[in-house]
Every structure is written in C-alpha cells, then in structure tokens.
Design a protein around this ligand. Structure first.
Ligand code: FAD
Ligand code: SF4
Length: 471
C-alpha cells in the first residue's frame, strides 16, 4: 500500500474510529474500534524515531516505543510485537486501558506542535494483529526446577508474576476468589473498553505454558496465608483493592444505593446487562447519579447509560481538569450523553416511605488550597445546597485493599491497610511478596504488571539463594 514518507509529523494525529455515540449506548460492544493497517502505517509515519527516546523513558515499563513503531512502519509486525513483548506482557490490554496521555504520549516530542503520536492505539493495533493472525508463539519455558510459587488473586499483578516465573521453570498456581480470572480487568472494566477475548487469550496462554489456575478459593478463609506459605516455596499476594469506600452520608442504607464495585461486578462478571438471559437483575430506575471522577465513576456511568435510564448524572467535587479518569473515557462519556455536575458533592440521601432512594441533597464546592495529593482541596460553599432526583446512586469514590488477608495473618500493613513491601516487593513475612493495588491502594494496570515483574525477579533471586545455601 501507499504510505506517507517517514517522518511526516505534520500529518493530523489519528484518534481512531469509534462506534457512533448514540448507537453504542444501546450495546456493550467495544467503543474504540482501533486502526486498520493503512491508518496504523500512516500514524507510524508520523514518528520521528527520536534517538533519546523520551516516550520510552516515560513509560513505566519502558516499552521500546520508537523501535516497535519503526518495525510497524516497515510492515514487519512480527518484529514489532516481539519488541513490545520484550518489556510489556499484555500489550492488547495496555494499548486499550493504559493512561498513555500521562506517560508516553505526554513525553512525545510532537505533543505541543502537532499532537503526540497515537502510541497506545499503535500498540493495540500491533498486539491485535499479531493475535488474530496467530503470530504469537508461546514463550519458551526453562526446564521445571521443582520449586512451587502461589499467587493470590488473578489480576494483572499476579498474571505478570505467573508469566515471568513460569518462563523461569517454576511451578506456579494462581488462587482466585471469584469464578473467573483477570481481577478488575474482568469484573471492573466493562466489555465496551476491554473485550473479554483479549483477557481470555492471555489467561489461556498462561494455562498452555503450564500455570495452574484454581478459582473460588478465598485466601484467608478457605486456606490461611500461613497454610499456603507452608505448601509453597514462595507466595505472591496480588489481591487488589476491592473494598469500596462509602459516601459517608445519611441514607446509604436506602434501596437504590450501590457501590461501584457491586454495580460493575453485577454487570461485568454476572452479566447483569443480559438479564433475563443471565439471572442478575440490575435496577437503575429512571434517574441515575454517580459520585466520583475516576475510571470507576466513568465505567459505572457508562454502564448505567447502557441500561437505558432517562438520565445519568456524575457528581464530581472538583472540576473536569482534576478528574483522574483517562481523558479519552471522559470524552466518550460526554459524547454518550452523561451529564456532569462539577464542584458538587452529595450531603444526604433521601428516601420515600418504602425506603427507596428519591433524591440526593447536594452542595456546591469551590477549590481552596492544595491538599496532600497536590490538588486544590474542594471546600463546600455555605448555603448552596440543592436537590437532584435519583432512583439509583452509585458511589465510585475510591477503593481500599480487602482486609481479609491482613486480618487473618501477621503481615505488616500501613494506616490505609495496604501491605508494606520493600523495593523488591518483599513483605514483612519471609518468602511472601506483594504488589499491585494491595500495596499501592488503587493505581493502574501497568503499575500492577510492573510490580508483578519486580516481585517475580525478587522471588527468583530469593529462591535461588535459598537453594544454593542448601547445597
Ligand atoms: P486486581 O485487578 O484488583 O485483582 C485482584 C484479584 O484478587 C481479584 O480478582 C480478586 O477477586 C482477587 N482476590 C482478592 N482477595 C483475594 C483472596 N483473599 N484470595 C484470592 N483471591 C483474592 N487502570 C488502568 O490502568 N486503566 C484503566 O482504564 C482502569 N480502569 C479501571 C476501572 C475500574 C472500574 C477499576 C475498579 C479500576 C480501573 N483501573 C484502571 C485500575 C486497575 O484495574 C487496577 O490498578 C489493577 O487491576 C490492579 O491490579 P491487581 O492485580 O493489583 O488487582
Ligand atoms: Fe516517536 Fe514521539 Fe517517541 Fe519521538 S517521542 S520516538 S516522535 S513516539
């Protein structure tokens, strides 16, 4: 095909094709349609192949961005995908959900003048193309070394540990509390952002490599951490941050009040959006209010919208500029007709005589001095209270680690109940490592994978030193 000469930085940045905003609110199919080959090559032509690689340095796992884009431009997809896999384990996932605008694309030298190269979309294109055309061979695994490692949870942190250690010849078993694997990728992020075939592909590959998966096992209840530690040579805890924070206002026991965790799990894991085909009704009524400004709030609002209420309104106590959600998903939500009430917080939930939510008392906020997060603190404006009618309210204001393992073992935690680890991911218990949201208290998929990789290397080092001491 005819492709632009490289470099052609002044070509318009391609934001990718999307499903029509009205149509897509009637289905749960993927919204971002990605690139076709021609679009990918044209976007790849924009890259300057910078010698000092600012994009690569800004990526938490240092994906070899200029090199993979160069191979793509040369239409050598095989080399391109292998370049990505050198440092990133699940590019079809990261290409879709990673906040590139904060990492690689923020550092792209074209950003201010022409618009950054669409690095995330190119990563997704290469990974999808390779998957669909069977170009991905399973990685070679070293000979079994007879050492057993357990991973608690099957989110991206544990999947990264499992992949890395299996390659090194370890016998790895992943224990998952739920009946499906993938953690938040499966129960939190909706199908219209991350199709399930992408997660299934990665889990199936790990199974083919010999990783064992056991579902419906809650470590700390079905088996204690001490027991599992005795049965395995090392343990990795990647149990995430699945405990929702309540709104902390009167009326939270009313019918129609959900945590985002419950709401999204009903839809994504229990397939509530397919009721009555699947036996999980999800009540949204006519008017839905979502509280929060992160990815969880956007996902909750956009899932609710697809269940066809009259309106979905997001309350966020700061302004659009401070919203922690991915920029692309905020724009998608706006396009889909989600309403936003910025500088607004709920102060009370009021119900009817049957105990059902009827309206939300809100207050307007203004931004004051920066708080500990560095963002300007929202301060209530006296006398600015007003009401919004609502049948359902979804609280998406943050999550903290599930306390079960912490409560049933002597592992060290901090004041937010996150596990305390050193720079290698080692916890206070010998042979027990941790990473991802259970340590960071709610971060990103890529950081969870990065932690998993760090911990896998540390586990390898620990077990090698133990076995060599024995000899
Ligand atoms: P998780 O993904 O939370 O997985 C932990 C797993 O451990 C779960 O499957 C859980 O069931 C299991 N588990 C917990 N306790 C036990 C136990 N005792 N025994 C056995 N199993 C247990 N990040 C991005 O980068 N981009 C996004 O667009 C994005 N969107 C998000 C949307 C939502 C709705 C949410 C909630 C988060 C989002 N994030 C996003 C954040 C990201 O998903 C997390 O940072 C990441 O999944 C953390 O990975 P993890 O492996 O640490 O834990
Ligand atoms: Fe290409 Fe931008 Fe990276 Fe330079 S900074 S190599 S232009 S993606």
């Amino acid at each position: 095909m005819n492709k632009p000469k490289r470099p052609s930085p002044n070509l318009k940045r391609n934001e990718g094709r999307h499903q029509d905003p009205v149509e897509r609110t009637k289905n749960f199919e993927e919204v971002a349609l990605g690139f076709n080959m021609e679009e990918a090559l044209t976007e790849a032509a924009r890259c300057l192949n910078c010698k000092n690689k600012p994009c690569e340095l800004a990526c938490p796992v240092n994906v070899k961005i200029p090199e993979f884009i160069t191979s793509l431009y040369q239409e050598d997809i095989q080399s391109s995908v292998l370049k990505i896999y050198e440092t990133s384990l699940f590019p079809a996932i990261c290409g879709r959900v990673c906040p590139q605008e904060e990492y690689c694309e923020a550092a792209c030298v074209l950003k201010d003048k022409f618009g950054s190269v669409s690095i995330g979309r190119l990563e997704r294109f290469v990974a999808d193309y390779a998957r669909k055309n069977n170009m991905l061979k399973l990685p070679e695994c070293d000979k079994d070394n007879g050492l057993k490692v357990a991973c608690v949870g099957s989110g991206p942190a544990s999947l990264a540990v499992a992949a890395e250690l299996r390659k090194k010849g370890y016998d790895v078993t992943v224990f998952e509390a739920l009946h499906e694997y993938g953690g938040v990728l499966r129960y939190g992020i909706p199908t219209f952002r991350l199709p399930r075939e992408v997660i299934d592909f990665e889990v199936e590959n790990l199974k083919k490599m010999g990783v064992k998966f056991i579902k419906n096992v809650l470590i700390g209840k079905s088996i204690s951490l001490d027991e599992i530690r005795k049965d395995f040579d090392a343990v990795f805890i990647g149990s995430g941050a699945g405990l929702p924070s309540p709104l902390g206002v009167n009326g939270e026991d009313l019918i129609g009040v959900y945590s985002s965790n419950e709401f999204l799990t009903r839809i994504n894991l229990m397939k509530g959006y397919k009721f009555p085909e699947y036996d999980t009704p999800v009540y949204v009524g006519k008017k839905v209010v979502v509280v929060g400004g992160g990815n969880t709030a956007m996902d909750s609002a956009r899932c609710a919208k697809r269940l066809n209420p009259e309106s979905v309104t997001v309350l966020y106590r700061r302004t659009k500029a401070e919203m922690p959600a991915r920029a692309e998903e905020i724009e998608n939500a706006i396009e889909e007709g989600i309403k936003f009430e910025f500088l607004t917080a709920p102060v009370e939930l009021e119900g009817d005589e049957k105990g059902r939510l009827k309206r939300v008392k809100c207050i307007r906020m203004e931004l004051g001095e920066p708080d500990s997060s560095g963002r300007r603190k929202p301060v209530p404006i006296k006398g600015s209270e007003f009401y919004i009618e609502a049948d359902v309210i979804i609280a998406a204001i943050g999550q903290s680690p599930n306390p079960l393992i912490q409560q049933t073992s002597k592992i060290e935690t901090n004041k937010w109940n996150c596990l305390v680890v050193n720079e290698k991911g080692q916890t206070s218990i010998e042979g027990v490592f941790a990473g991802g949201d259970v340590v960071r208290g709610g971060a990103t998929v890529l950081l969870a994978m990065k932690d998993g990789k760090t911990a896998a290397n540390a586990i390898d080092e620990y077990l090698k030193s133990k076995t060599s001491n024995k000899n």
